[in-house]
Design a binder for this molecule. Structure first.
Ligand code: HEM
Length: 410
């Protein structure tokens, strides 16, 4: 069988799951960046897309929302993937300017650094409690016991969801994630249920006179005389459950796997925790868990020597751009000392740059600080299991063992 080093690039379908069985096919992406950075990829259905693998091209597409639209055909290959396009077009991710500019201005008032930084103590308390639940055992499943529950708890807390309803949320986000893996995934029933529930939460918070929750901040936010309506806030929460949850969990789990595979890096972080924020950036780069998003070409344009036509789809491979040798020295090496790598984990830059990047960085840092401080002699304790997906780079299971320790919470 042809391997990633000798396969004919003109023949392959890069979306084929066989290339992703052991994670992203980085050898193949390196060849594409060198030999065919903008290449037409035919799908089994006969349809196709332009596969874009270089850092510079991914940045250029992301910054030119007039030529490369998120609204026109959505951000996946099938416009109706997971939810019908007329539903998803209400989400920030699927908007183009000027609509995007207006909504983004209002929504980002809730994600300013001061608001995000104020969450640190709460996140740390949650991480402490989570570690307490298993530290005496000397073993855990890092994906299930740490990486999955913490981002979910942080998000639901932001939304003002009571603690006892978190399992409901876990189920809904799992249903959306499963739908996102199938070619014709349909998560409308889940969305309906979630919307009904969130609607009740908004009503409750209004009745109780809550003022400091994200719901209330968004209800009160006003930019140039514009305010969000309750249905718009509801839609935004639906987006957060998708955009802020799996992404953070996958980065935490795959990042910790890399630390286990590089014991010298883990030891360096244990010896000097002040370098953890630097390491978080390398984890984001190296794991780049959102592997791609698509755009639709709105007018004929040239890119990387190819003629793209209006209506064509382009797929920006963030996972490849984050390892582009034109930008990073020795890009396939996991180097926690790399300073501020210009990775594409949060997208290609420009208007859609991840709104939750500050919160994600904070969560990953605090999780690593606490786990590394409290777990001694931690190592891989068996086979890890990948999420079977060419869009998300994640882990379902990551068994670890360590020296049993003591609980810390009051
Ligand atoms: C490590 C974790 C995360 C990763 C890897 C990630 C990745 C991304 C990516 C790739 C985009 C698309 C950018 C584009 O199209 O150019 C995005 C957008 C977005 N993310 Fe994140 N994200 C993470 C965490 C979060 C969190 C914690 C939140 C919120 C609580 C969040 C909220 C959003 C929103 C609202 C958008 C849409 C922004 C827009 O369209 O203007 N993300 N993210």
């Amino acid at each position: 069988m042809a391997t990633t080093t000798d396969v004919d690039l003109a023949e392959i379908d890069i979306m084929d799951m066989k290339w992703f069985a052991d994670g992203a096919p980085h050898d193949l992406f390196a060849r594409m960046r060198a030999e065919a950075p903008v290449r037409w990829n035919t799908l089994p259905s006969g349809a196709g897309f332009w596969s874009v693998t270089r850092h510079a091209d991914v940045s250029a597409i992301s910054r030119d929302t007039e030529t490369f639209s998120s609204y026109e055909g959505g951000i996946f290959l099938d416009p109706d993937h997971i939810f019908p396009l007329d539903v998803t077009r209400n989400l920030l991710l699927y908007m183009d300017p000027p609509q995007h500019t207006k909504y983004r201005k209002i929504l980002q008032t809730a994600f300013v650094p001061a608001t995000v930084n104020a969450l640190e103590d709460g996140v740390r308390a949650r991480v402490t409690k989570t570690i307490d639940a298993f530290i005496e055992r000397g073993e855990a499943d890092f994906a299930q016991d740490v990486a999955i529950p913490i981002p979910l708890a942080v998000l639901t807390e932001l939304m003002g969801v009571p603690e006892e309803d978190i399992p409901k949320f876990a189920e809904w986000t799992e249903q959306i994630e499963v739908a996102s893996r199938s070619v014709k995934g349909d998560a409308i029933p889940t969305l309906m249920e979630m919307s009904g529930y969130l609607h009740q939460q908004i009503e409750r918070q209004i009745a109780e006179g809550t003022t400091d929750s994200l719901v209330m901040r968004l209800r009160n936010a006003e930019v140039e005389g514009e305010k969000l309506t309750d249905p718009e806030i509801l839609v935004f929460f639906g987006l957060l459950a998708f955009a802020g949850n799996d992404t953070t969990r996958n980065t935490t789990a795959t990042g910790f796997l890399e630390l286990l595979r590089h014991p010298e890096a883990l030891a360096a972080l244990k010896a000097d925790p002040s370098i953890i924020p630097v390491a978080v950036e390398e984890i984001l780069r190296y794991t780049t868990v959102v592997q791609w998003f698509a755009r639709t070409v709105t007018k004929d344009v040239e890119l990387g020597g190819q003629q793209l036509k209006a209506g064509d789809k382009v797929v920006m491979w963030y996972t490849s751009a984050s390892r582009d040798e034109d930008v990073f020295e020795d890009p396939q090496t996991f180097d926690i000392q790399r300073v501020k790598p210009d990775h594409k984990a949060f997208g290609g830059g420009g208007r859609h740059f991840c709104l939750g990047a500050g919160l994600a960085r904070l969560e990953i840092r605090v999780i690593l600080e606490e786990v590394i401080r409290r777990l001694d002699d931690v190592e891989l304790a068996g086979d890890f299991k990948r999420v079977p997906n060419n869009w998300a780079n994640g882990l379902e299971h990551l068994p670890i063992r360590f020296k049993p320790g003591a609980r810390e919470a009051a």
